[in-house]
Every structure is written in C-alpha cells, then in structure tokens.
Design a protein around this ligand. Structure first.
Ligand SMILES: C[S@@+](CC[C@H](N)C(=O)[O-])C[C@H]1O[C@@H](n2cnc3c(N)ncnc32)[C@H](O)[C@@H]1O
Length: 278
C-alpha cells in the first residue's frame, strides 16, 4: 500500500524510470549495464556515496538517477506518512513556513510534501545537498512539480550546497520552520557538531517561530550510530525530543523497519537580541 498520488507516479515514471529503462545500456535485466546488487553497494553505496564522482563507466548523473530509481521511492513513502501525521490538525499553521531539507537528494522530501499538501499551503522550501549532481536532478523534479500545478503559486523552491549559505531575508515573526533529515545521518560524511550548529544558526536567522526537526533513518544498527550524539547536541541547543520510535513501516511497496524522531523548539516569546545574533 502506498499513498503516492497519480501525478507523482507519472512524474517519477517520466523523469526517472523511463530514462533508465529506455537507456541503451539497460539490457539483459541490467540498469545502465549493471546489476542491482552492484548498483546498490557501489554506485549508490547504500545511499552514502559521493554522488559527484564517476564510478567506472557511470557518470555522477547516472549515479543520482540510480539512487532515485532504487532508494528514493521508499523514502518518499515514509515522508508522506510523516507529513500526513503532521497535518492531521490542518495546514493553517504551516502557511508561509520555512522548510529546510538537509541532504535533500533528488528532492525527496519536497516531492512528499507536494504529494501531501499540493497547492493548499504556500511555503518556502530550501533543499541542501553537498552533491551538485543531486541538486541538478532535484531542481528538474521541482520544476516538474511546478508544471503539474502541485505547488501553491506563492511556494518558493531553491537549492543550496550548505545551510550557512542560504539567505533567509528579514527575520520572521511567528511562522513555523521545519528541518527534514531523511537518511542523512547514516552518512559518515556528516559532522554532527557542525550540522547541529548550522541548524541552530539557521533557526536563529529565520525568526522567532516554532522549529520542528524531523529525522528519519533506517533502523539498521550501523545506520543509527550518529543518532545518540545528534540527540545530545540537539537537546543542548534547546530542542526537546518529542518522539523517537522504531517501527515497521507498512505504507510502502516493501515494508521495513524505520527509525524516526521529532524534535521541537517552541516559538521565542520574549524578544532577545541574542536570538538574532547567534
Ligand atoms: C541517503 S541520501 C538521502 C537523500 C534524501 N534525503 C532521501 O531521503 O532520499 C543522503 C544525501 O545526503 C547528502 N549528503 C551527505 N553528506 C552530506 C553533508 N555533509 N551535507 C549535505 N549533504 C550531504 C548526499 O549527497 C545524499 O544526497
């Protein structure tokens, strides 16, 4: 069972599945000339590859397309489920929210959010990824979402190499900020101290509203190594861990165990100059 809408299935077919299946290298049951086992462990590296580097005869573009084909769909399903829960009480409080998708890959959380919200709310989405090849595909997929009318006209989407380089404009008074960390923390390339520092600086620069951090990851032992330190740093930064669960995730083609957590930092109600200067 999946909650992906028909437009999202069509978009993935047009931009990801068909280009790979119709590629002249995809013969004899291979994808781009490689079998799925090699692709998963080498081209995608369990999701943690350096996607800007070619590998053997595959280009960075091939690698991100293969990531989108093999890994992205299940992550979209998990995030659709998470956003569905998030918006159970309605979407009003989400209007003009700021969303920062850290390690966004090929616009994974952006697609899930558009699937759940469509044009019902306007927000600004910032995708952040160290890999330019990921950001290129992400940008193309976001343009397709715009084309099929699944963004509000006032929704803004942009992509960046780091959180610190984003300019958020004038500080906001009360609008919500949501950080999404979907399968980012499995990566050894992530410096947890630096990541929490960037999240906290961005939160201070964005404004005074409530901040929510949604973390998802595989429940595999190795994938969770970074979590205890991340949790500790987030709590030091003034966040409260609201939920942390491992659960069997069913709303997808191949059910599997996932680890997710939600951190909250309430709106700043007393004006403090240090909030802006931090
Ligand atoms: C497993 S993928 C997850 C992609 C997407 N969030 C999803 O759920 O499909 C991890 C992503 O994080 C990016 N990444 C790894 N280390 C990073 C870092 N230090 N800063 C930003 N992005 C990073 C990778 O390039 C890759 O796109």
């Amino acid at each position: 069972m999946t909650n992906r809408k028909p437009w999202l299935e069509q978009l993935r077919r047009k931009c990801i599945i068909d280009p790979i299946v119709n590629d002249r290298r995809s013969v004899n049951g291979t994808r781009l000339g490689r079998d799925p086992g090699w692709i998963f462990s080498h081209a995608i590296g369990g999701g943690q590859a350096d996607f800007d580097q070619p590998i053997e005869e595959l280009s960075p573009r091939d690698r991100v397309m293969l990531y989108a084909l093999f890994n992205q769909k299940a992550h979209i399903d998990e995030l659709i489920h998470a956003f569905d829960q998030f918006f159970l009480q309605g979407v009003e409080s989400f209007h003009d929210a700021t969303v920062i998708d850290v390690g966004c890959g090929p616009f994974t959380a952006g697609l899930a959010l558009a699937n759940v919200l469509g044009s019902r709310a306007a927000y600004r989405y910032f995708g952040v990824d160290r890999a330019s090849s990921m950001l290129t595909l992400a940008n193309e997929l976001a343009a397709e979402v715009r084309k099929v009318g699944e963004f509000n006209d006032r929704t803004e989407v942009s992509f960046h190499k780091s959180i610190d380089e984003i300019s958020f404009g004038n500080p906001r008074a009360a609008e919500m900020t949501v950080f999404v960390l979907s399968y980012l923390l499995a990566s050894n390339s992530v410096d947890v101290d630096a990541l929490v520092g960037e999240i906290n600086r961005a939160r201070g620069r964005i404004g005074l509203g409530q901040t929510v951090v949604l973390y998802t990851n595989s429940a595999r032992e190795g994938a969770r190594n970074n979590y205890p330190k991340f949790r500790e740093r987030m709590i030091e930064a003034g966040f409260k861990e609201h939920v942390r669960e491992t659960e069997r995730f069913q709303d997808t083609d191949k059910p599997r165990d996932i680890h997710y957590a939600l951190f909250l930092r309430p709106a700043v109600t007393t004006f403090s100059m240090s909030e802006f200067l931090a």
